[in-house]
Design a protein around this ligand. Structure first.
Ligand code: FES
Length: 99
């Protein structure tokens, strides 16, 4: 299990290995846009991974291509629907879409 802390609320949730960050966020009823329902085509689930980079899967080709098309992307950017929990490190992320 990995503990995921979701900012700015600071709420936490335990996530099983293989689950997506998007599922963890939605499981807490935190608001995040996810217009394509996890297909890496909309980019609305863009988050910043603040801590625990080694605790989630690496960026794949589809995610990388979509991130390249989003304004405001930085070195901590991920698509919550594509990043899966590895179970090796706790994670802190920041939800951006409802700022
Ligand atoms: S939900 Fe569309 S890219 Fe993640």
């Amino acid at each position: 299990m990995t503990t995921i802390t979701i900012m700015p609320s600071g709420r936490t949730v335990d996530a099983a290995e293989g689950s997506t960050l998007l599922a963890a966020i939605l499981g807490l009823d935190e608001k995040i846009q996810h217009n394509c329902d996890g297909k890496a085509t909309c980019g609305t689930c863009h988050i910043f991974l603040l801590e625990g980079r080694k605790g989630v899967s690496k960026i794949g080709r589809e995610e990388n291509e979509k991130l390249d098309s989003i304004v405001g992307v930085g070195s901590k950017s991920r698509l919550a629907c594509q990043a899966t929990v590895l179970g090796t490190e706790d994670v802190t992320l920041e939800v951006l879409s409802f700022r």
